[in-house]
Design a protein around this ligand. Structure first.
Ligand code: OAD
Length: 259
């Protein structure tokens, strides 16, 4: 996949007041974080209900904690990829901009993105499953031993959304507002099958956004999208950022074509 992009996409990149980038596990794949579905996906080896649900945690909190400790280690050891950096470059160009992510790996923030709605939580945070008190892992604390809440002694859990749980209200409200404000909405590296997150691209399009999907494989969203860019996030997003930078710079030089 290489530029030139379609005329409509170029026009939106040039004129948009608000751009939203909605990301899933494919965004972090090139950083070395495994995706959930597809070849080598996490859910090929593990059953989500055995590891990513309150029921699983109540049944065996140590096992669930160890699994997330392992994932925290994997995610902490990797770095943002050129796709994440391109999203930061895009944020600098538009007065309205948001990242909405289903990822818990913190890579958008580590790359430098400022407005990030984390729909499924963040693996770097923890809280007590009993009283809700946030829990900060100590520097020397063995990462794979289930911590107990210092306030009430309850089991500590990762601050991530499990199956059957509702999304954090503020993050969801911010995400919906961003989706509805968007002139351009990029859906990147998500299989678009987990709701309510997967409803955002459609919501954005209904509200007038030009919907572009970036993924090496088609998804249920592909038919709905205005445009499907087949390829990897780490390759396509830098190209988009480069084109957008050129377009916005020339718009600024000429004083904008809406004057
Ligand atoms: P999935 O694992 O379901 O989908 C990853 C998508 O990324 C697939 O469509 C791949 O084709 C695509 N992909 C792979 N490599 C890519 C690359 N380099 N560039 C772009 N795309 C690439 O991940 P999500 O859609 O994020 O929820 O999954 C949604 C939710 O399901 C997750 O947040 C998690 C999971 O269960 C919870 O934990 C609540």
């Amino acid at each position: 996949m290489s530029p030139p992009f379609s005329e409509t996409l170029v026009q939106r990149l040039r004129e948009a007041d608000w751009v939203t980038v909605f990301t899933g596990a494919g965004m972090s794949a090139e950083s070395g974080v495994p995706t959930f579905r597809g070849e080598g996906g996490i859910w090929e080896t593990f059953r989500p209900e055995e590891l990513a649900s309150m029921k699983a945690f109540l049944r065996n909190p140590e096992l669930v904690w160890r699994w997330y400790a392992h994932r925290r280690e994997v995610m902490g050891a990797v770095s943002p990829n050129p796709g994440h950096t391109a999203v930061v470059r895009l944020e600098r160009l538009y007065p309205g901009f948001a990242v909405i992510t289903q990822n818990i790996d913190n890579l958008h923030r580590r790359a430098g993105s400022l407005t990030v709605y984390e729909l499924h939580g963040n693996i770097e945070r923890n809280y007590c499953a009993q009283c809700g008190e946030p829990y900060q892992l100590g520097a020397g604390e063995p990462a794979d031993r289930l911590p107990r809440c210092t306030a009430c002694g309850g089991a500590v859990r990762p601050d991530v959304i499990w199956f059957g749980e509702i999304l954090p209200e503020d993050e969801w409200k911010g995400a919906v507002a961003a989706a509805r404000s968007s002139d351009l909405f990029l859906s990147v590296g998500t299989s678009a099958v987990v709701y309510p997150a997967a409803s955002l691209p459609v919501m954005a399009r209904r509200a007038g956004a030009y919907l572009v999907e970036i993924n090496p494989e088609p998804t249920p969203l592909t038919e709905v999208a205005d445009e499907f860019l087949a390829g990897r996030a780490g390759e396509i997003l830098p190209l988009l950022a480069e084109v957008a930078e050129r377009l916005r710079e020339s718009t600024m030089r000429t004083g904008g074509d809406r004057e």
